[in-house]
Design a protein around this ligand. Structure first.
Ligand code: ATP
Ligand code: MG
Length: 347
């Protein structure tokens, strides 16, 4: 499978690090990738915003990999996953005996990230009591371990992420304004998957390839119906949801054919599917309809009538899209976005 739509910011061969590839070449994604390229080489704090599953962590990695700090530590801390009373010591570390249960010295994430990048995930969940301490270390690049008066100097580049609306939290008084401005030096907002449906076929093929390798299971064919269903779904869970659905489909796949894991959405959302506006899905829609009607073009039950085209218009479109009955039926190429840019998909 060709993946010319993927980008490797580290410049290394990432074929074995498939989940770290950023797949897609939609204008919305390209614009974000341009911003990543602009900011990565600087020391600026980056705030990655976006709905759940849009790739915030993947992009945080990409920023680090494209920065001069690549090769130095990339340290992650999820502010929502750590109990409040432990978060401070996770960030700054503690000395032995600093508090009940502190039986040994602990190095905090800021120290571990020295000369590298600290990725503060879910920064909107940072408790108010800790926000001034975070602001201080960001401004002064210095802090003390809990239970110690000794000041540590660090050189840390911060990338923060959140799926919450920090500006609104500032207005509501739950997030400090000064910290918000300190984090919001260079905001990058990741587009929701439903706003870049053109990328769905490449993402589906990418995850099929990844799970094929992991499961040792080959997929030779992605039927048009499956791909159309993927393109028409609204994806509230974004790319993580897509990834999970591809995995589910791969588990139940038989005879090398990827089944549609969204059968209830099969055709009912098709007429209103936003993806239908694009050229590639028009091709898919024509092919799908031709298959449904047994390749009858004219007549009241023919594909032209169903699609609302004149017979001659449909024939012209079929010619333009290279659709003929002898072309391989229901291949993944059905929804290929742009053959000039991507090349033929081979599975
Ligand atoms: N453009 C992309 N190309 C390939 N894989 C992607 C892309 N974007 C996201 N992914 C994959 O989707 C999954 C979810 O991404 P990630 O964990 O970065 O999302 P997130 O925005 O941090 O989500 P959450 O807010 O729920 O933490 C990961 O497995 C990631 O590798
Ligand atoms: Mg995340």
């Amino acid at each position: 499978m060709q993946e010319s739509a993927s980008r490797s910011y580290s410049g290394r061969d990432q074929s074995e690090r498939a989940f770290e590839q950023i797949i897609g070449n939609s204008p919305a994604l390209e614009s974000v990738l341009d911003q990543v390229a602009q900011v990565a080489t600087t020391e600026a704090t980056v705030l990655v915003e976006g709905e759940t599953g849009t790739g915030k962590e993947l992009f945080a990695h990409a920023i680090h990999n494209a920065s001069p700090r690549c090769g130095r530590p990339f340290i992650k801390l999820n502010c929502a996953a750590i109990p409040l009373d432990l978060l401070e010591s996770e960030l700054f570390g503690h000395e032995r005996g600093a508090f009940t249960g502190a039986i040994a010295q602990k190095i905090g994430r800021f120290e571990l990230a020295d000369k590298g990048t600290l990725f503060l995930d879910e920064v909107g969940d940072m408790p108010p009591a800790l926000q001034p301490k975070l602001l201080r270390v960001l401004q002064e690049q210095e802090f003390e371990r809990l239970g110690s008066g000794r000041t540590h100097k660090v050189d840390v580049r911060l990338v923060a992420a959140t799926n919450r609306n920090l500006a609104r939290m500032v207005n509501q008084g739950t997030f400090r304004m000064d910290l918000y401005y300190r984090l919001n030096v260079f905001p990058i907002t990741l587009p929701a998957l439903r706003d870049r449906r053109e990328d769905i076929p490449a993402l589906v093929r990418h995850f099929v390839e990844v799970f094929s390798r992991r499961m040792g299971k080959q997929i030779q064919r992605i039927p048009a119906e499956t791909m159309v269903a993927f393109q028409c779904h609204s994806w509230p869970g974004n790319i993580r949801e897509l990834q999970n659905l591809v995995e589910r489909a791969m588990i139940v796949a038989q005879d090398g054919v990827l089944p549609n894991p969204l059968p209830h959405e099969r055709m009912n959302s098709f007429a209103t599917c936003p993806a239908n506006t694009s050229r590639e899905s028009e091709r898919g829609r024509i092919l799908e309809t031709l298959e449904q009607v047994g390749w009858v073009i004219a007549g009241p039950n023919g594909a032209a009538a169903r699609l609302g085209y004149k017979r001659t218009t449909l024939m012209a479109k079929m010619k333009r899209f290279g659709i003929s009955r002898s072309s391989p039926p229901e291949t993944v190429r059905v929804l290929e976005p742009d053959p000039m840019r991507r090349g033929a998909a081979q599975l």
